[in-house]
Design a protein. Structure first.
Ligand code: FE2
Length: 163
């Protein structure tokens, strides 16, 4: 319960910087959740000769994405802001398209996920300079981890599309 005596959050990052970083992290959270849901959808609906390997790969990837959302949301809270967490709000915030209503062919799923991971990496990278400028190392560290993971996953998925 909020009270009049609640002390001001003073961690050495200005109110403006905290608000801007929380907004960027909200976009990253929405992107990550949307990519999580699409990846889980593809785990359920993939068909074809590569079923077993893609079904398993997508499970590993949606699990990693699911595990990524909590630290992003909790960093927003630590910066004094509210973490978004509903489909409508995520749809407003995300740069990614919703999962397709009709599941595409297996390799089209892979293409969709490559584009998704690269888009989330861009969202994280766009926010990095602001976090860096105001010495928000915890956010910079989180963004670095997220960029590493998305870029590695994008490379692995891309390799499936190469000869
Ligand atoms: Fe499953």
């Amino acid at each position: 319960m909020a009270t009049a005596t609640l002390p001001t959050l003073q961690i050495g990052i200005s109110e403006d910087d905290r608000a801007a970083i929380a907004q960027g992290l909200s976009r990253l959270l929405a992107d990550t959740f949307t990519l999580y849901l699409t990846t889980h959808n593809f785990h359920w609906n993939v068909k074809g000769l590569l079923f077993t390997s893609l079904h398993t790969l997508f499970m590993e990837q949606y699990t990693a994405l699911w595990n990524a959302i909590d630290p992003i949301a909790e960093r927003i809270r630590a910066l004094g802001h509210t973490a978004p967490g509903g489909y409508a709000r995520f749809a407003e915030l995300t740069t990614l398209a919703d999962a397709p209503r009709d599941p595409p062919a297996a390799m089209e799923m892979v293409r969709t996920l490559v584009a998704g991971h690269e888009a989330v990496a861009r969202t994280a990278r766009e926010l990095f300079p602001r976090a860096d400028q105001c010495s928000d190392e915890p956010t910079a560290d989180l963004l670095t981890q997220r960029m590493t993971s998305h870029e590695q996953t994008a490379w692995m998925l891309r390799s499936l599309l190469e000869d």
